[in-house]
Design a protein around this ligand. Sequence first.
Ligand code: UN1
Length: 507
Amino acid sequence: MPAAIPTVKDEALAILKGLGVADSAYAASGLDARSPITGETVAVLREDDRASTAAAIGRADEAFKVWRSVPAPRRGELVRLLGEELRAAKADLGRLVTIEAGKITSEGLGEVQEMIDICDFAVGLSRQLYGLTIATERPDHRMMETWHPLGVCGVISAFNFPVAVWSWNAALAFVCGDSVVWKPSEKTPLTALAVAAIFNRAAKRFGEVPAGLLEVIVGGREAGEALVEDARVPIVSATGSTAMGRKVGPKLAERFARAILELGGNNAAIVAPTADLDLALRGIAFAAMGTAGQRCTTLRRLFVHDSVYDALVPRLAKVYATVSIGDPRTAGTLVGPLIDKAAFDGMEKALAEVTALGATVHGGGRREIGGADAWYAAPALVEMPSQAGPMLHETFAPILYVVRYTDFDDALALHNAVGAGLSSSIFTLDLREAERFVSVAGSDCGIANVNIGPSGAEIGGAFGGEKETGGGREAGSDAWKAYMRRATNTINYGTTLPLAQGVTFDV
Ligand code: UN1
């Protein structure tokens, strides 16, 4: 008998009410918000269509025209207050992330911490939106660059990081002087409504936030398209599958809007002969099974050197066989549910295909937990004869493919031989291998790590990847520049008009 799981509905609704989500968010029919823990519908939400999305964009555009003139450090104060409100709401919002996305408790809380961290980062940034002063070739001239707010920033986020990825974009956008229209995944609208309520608390304390600075669009493809196609939105940051990016990217390009695309990953790690195998084992387990394999940074491919294969892979198979799968609210659970049936079906399909290719599958299969529409899967460790078939593509589920290698260059070539280019890592104590991996001739990904797995990045670095991952960068480093426009200014404080390049034009 599978263990009975208590309902999540009452708890979720109480959290939403406590955070201040208005009753008007709910409707008799509209978008079903469900919990993957039990599969039950938690709430039915009022849904946006093209017209209401356009109206929201209009409000955000008006807000931008006010917000852009608020001094940046003052804008930072709003984000500082948002960080304070998030600290106060951390337990509730983390719990709601667990209920709506199925993350285990510590990962739900970790996601809110990631929001707090980016708020702190953005507050500091609000006094550091620096431009350069540039030497000019003309006498009595000064040349400089100024960073100006850009406009309405569209944010399309995915179910797997339902709130943190919004905050990477929004915290920067707000200090940069932009307004934000957010379309969360239709699989996780409740956490977005909760965040909007938390934002409203910060806005109230701040005092003079223009209405429309943050708009949340609840809905599916139609609302998303309306956001992507609207000429009043000069930048869209979209997180999701490569297939989604292929649709969104060209639409934005067509109207010369800026795109920050964070798309699929097919992240790999190399385990070299000198690797610390205890450390590698832990790193691999978290990166491959954490978040039930539903991070875009999840470890999906593993290349293990022949000399350590037999010391590592059977141990790994044992960890896969014993990892605790179940209610993500229960202490000790490491693997919660997949988001829905489609995710489970995708996993089954990939496992059937690799079995036909001669792979040995450890784990996999459905666990009868939570109810008819709850989809818990045992993580699968798949020993592959070679890199082929589904291993070349991202399946958003906990499948780790393992391939044996003997030559480092071959492993590197296999590592880079996929479409996606998000994250990567190597486990080695050999300095030459480590440095080669992070060198120009090494990993081709946006994130390349040594002796840690590919997932679980901090916000201080720029986050994103190359190739079919879309090329966008969010969060730390100088990712803020994407949310502003740069003006180059040349100022003549002299009495003559010398022309650049020595051109003469005497009239
Ligand atoms: C994502 O899966 O879309 O690096 C984001 C990580 C997290 C973010 C993942 N900080 O795994």
